[in-house]
Design a protein around this ligand. Structure first.
Ligand code: ADP
Ligand code: MG
Length: 638
């Protein structure tokens, strides 16, 4: 086709962002230009996968023409490199959409990140970013003065299409020339990129990045990749580096270069399968979005890819896993709808779960640093298992890590470590939930624990409260929230005379009367050393954070009334007690009780009614200042 014809064709502008991405990719990556081959091969391999899946799920499509394969042709004279596949192909609309206008949400983020990069950190990070944001196809313009895509969709009635662009602002879409479904991408190499019309160079690059592509990649008639299904190889035959390559192949290099954990094994009974699973080094945001389709594993039945992403193979709390399951026992016609009920799939899920939990346990024992990395990335997801998988709860509990009061910020302890470190006499694993470590640390509930040097797990993740309530005990030791119920730390109670106790009772009664049914109960506290009071949830009730969260989600949610605990040794409570004994109906008591309640909430970072609080403080200041001016300088009641 001559260039003259292009002028008659429909011309399209690249979307502005696409052009920006193009420019950035071209300018920052030219030293790593070889990765364009990886991207085009990966697209061809995707297209072959998609063709297989489509044939399994739709009737009336053309037969596969020849063996699914990727063909690379080099022409040194014409200075072209062509990558051809007999995969799914594209319709005209798809070509326009997918190669030109890209509505990917990632594009904007990509641009932002790229602009944020300095000149020097540039290239390496950019390679990572290209993979992450799926702008692979454009990388061809690093080496191309023009790219021609001859494609024909395998959908019935689709016409062949030629997509053509010089990567400068616009592209053309013309009628194509192609009989069979599939795609041919011809890269017209720039002068400084003619290394890519040489066999040796291309072969080396393909081996480096695409060895594990499961389709044969042919160059000059010779297959140059391994084209073996790596998950079917014996474990010992795969090196760390090869796992890295396969991991990148699976994830499109979106998730880093190297998996954090690899689980590779085969089982024959009760169900036969091969599994090669990876834990990526970082979590992607989609793992945390409810209602969005979560990532799953690739499912092969007898080496035929039948599902790109099968959620039913892993429980929700292992949704960060990437990898492949290949089974002889799964019917080829299994569909998204029936896969969940499939008995073999259920058995595989149970097996996988056990194996992965075991591998994680081993990692935690053998390489604490790496395990910590894992936990920081995936812990928030894995924890969900405590509440959702009672069968494996103990194994999951062993894997959990938390910060603790004694441990200091950033230091993680496991429940086992906690038990090993605690004194024999301590009968519980103590924890406190909150929204962040700083906030939790300020909580008055911790005072007695600090004083006695007892460690408390600080659970700052929003789901921790839910998770903790699902774990009543660990190795037969109960988990106890320090903001719940009566506290029994054993040992002697702070000594108080009988008259003191009676006085405190009077204060308790007066405060209770003043607060009415805003609190469930008022009682003397055993957990406070410095603060005058704190709020405690009843045993079995959800904690205050969860209550507030529920309230935010649903206005009608009930807030559970809590217990106000007062510190009998605090001067304010002593004064209140003295006043209550003398004059139980005193209006001072009403005001003080209100302020105590306000204070307890404030300590949790909550102000129920700021205007009222201000007016109470004002009243108090009037009293105190009057007392000072009146010469009664200590401002205390007696
Ligand atoms: P990604 O592969 O991450 O989706 P790319 O920029 O590499 O991003 O490719 C963009 C899109 O173009 C692909 O998602 C696919 O729809 C289409 N495409 C590219 N190459 C081919 C091909 N060889 N066959 C069919 N479709 C292709
Ligand atoms: Mg791609």
């Amino acid at each position: 086709m001559s260039d003259d014809q292009v002028k008659d064709a429909t011309q399209f502008e690249f979307k502005a962002q696409v052009q920006q991405v193009l420019d950035l990719v071209i300018n920052s990556l030219y030293t790593h230009s070889e990765i364009f081959l990886r991207e085009l091969v990966s697209n061809a391999s995707d297209a072959l996968d998609k063709a297989r899946v489509l044939r399994l799920t739709r009737e009336g499509l053309a037969e596969q023409q020849g063996e699914p394969a990727i063909e690379i042709e080099l022409d040194a004279k014409a200075r072209t490199l062509t990558i051809a596949d007999n995969g799914i192909g594209m319709t005209r609309e798809e070509a326009i959409d997918q190669l030109g206008t890209i509505a990917r949400s990632g594009t904007t983020d990509f641009l932002k990140k790229m602009e944020g990069l300095g000149k020097h950190e540039g290239a390496e990070s950019a390679i990572d970013l290209i993979g992450q944001f799926g702008v692979g196809f454009y990388s061809a313009f690093m080496v191309a003065s023009r790219v021609d895509v001859q494609t024909r969709s395998m959908l019935p009635g689709a016409e062949p299409v030629l997509w053509r662009s010089g990567g400068k602002g616009s592209f053309a879409v013309l009628p194509g020339e192609r009989e069979a479904p599939g795609t041919r991408v011809t890269v017209h190499l720039k002068e400084d990129a003619d290394e890519f019309c040489h066999d040796w160079r291309v072969e080396a690059v393909v081996k480096k990045y695409s060895d594990f592509v499961t389709y044969p990649i042919r160059l000059g008639g010779k297959v140059i990749n391994r084209a073996a299904a790596p998950w079917r190889l014996p474990k010992a035959q795969l090196s760390l580096q090869e796992h890295g390559e396969f991991f990148k192949h699976l994830t499109g290099a979106r998730l880093g270069d190297e998996p954090l954990v690899t689980v590779h094994y085969a089982v024959d009974a009760p169900v036969q399968f091969h599994a090669l699973l990876y834990v990526p080094p970082r979590a992607t945001p989609d793992l945390f979005l409810l209602g969005r389709e979560r990532p799953g594993l690739r499912l092969y039945a007898r080496r035929v890819l039948i599902m790109e992403s099968c959620e039913s193979l892993t429980p929700g709390y292992l949704r960060f896993l990437r990898g492949v399951v290949d089974s002889e026992d799964i019917p080829l016609n299994v569909s998204r709808e029936t896969v969940q009920e499939d008995k073999a799939v259920r058995q595989i899920e149970a097996q996988l779960t056990k194996q992965v939990l075991k591998a994680l346990k081993e990692l935690s024992e053998q390489d604490a640093d790496r395990y910590e990395k894992f936990w920081r990335a995936m812990g928030p997801i894995l924890k969900e298992g405590l509440a959702t998988d009672w069968k494996n709860k103990d194994a999951i509990a062993e894997l959990c890590r938390f910060e603790s009061l004694q441990g200091g910020p950033g230091k993680l302890v496991g429940l086992g470590d906690y038990l090993a470190a605690k004194p024999e006499s301590q009968k519980a694993i103590y924890y406190l939930t909150g929204t962040d470590r700083k906030g939790i640390e300020r909580s008055p509930h911790l005072e007695i624990f600090r004083q006695r040097g007892i460690d408390v797990l600080l659970l700052a993740d929003p789901i921790d409260e839910w998770v903790a309530s699902a774990l009543p005990e660990f190795e037969k030791v109960p988990l106890v929230s320090v903001a719940h119920g009566e506290l029994d730390l054993g040992g002697e109670k702070p000594a108080a005379g009988e008259t003191e106790d009676k006085r405190t009772d009077a204060a308790v009664k007066a405060i209770r009367l003043a607060l009415g049914d805003r609190v469930d109960e008022v009682r003397p506290s055993t957990r406070l050393t410095d603060s005058a009071c704190c709020l405690v949830s009843k045993t079995g009730d959800p904690g205050a954070n969860l209550d507030r969260l529920m309230k935010m989600l649903d206005e009608k949610a009930v807030e559970h009334r809590r217990i106000l605990e007062v510190n009998p040794n605090h001067p304010l409570i002593k004064n209140a007690a003295a006043l209550a004994e003398r004059d139980p109906g005193s209006s001072h008591l009403q005001l003080w009780a209100e302020l105590l309640f306000d204070q307890a909430l404030l300590a949790e970072g909550v102000v129920a009614d700021p205007a009222k609080l201000v007016s109470r403080i004002q009243d108090l200041l009037v009293q105190v200042s009057s007392a000072v001016v009146g010469g009664n300088g200590d401002g205390q009641a007696h």
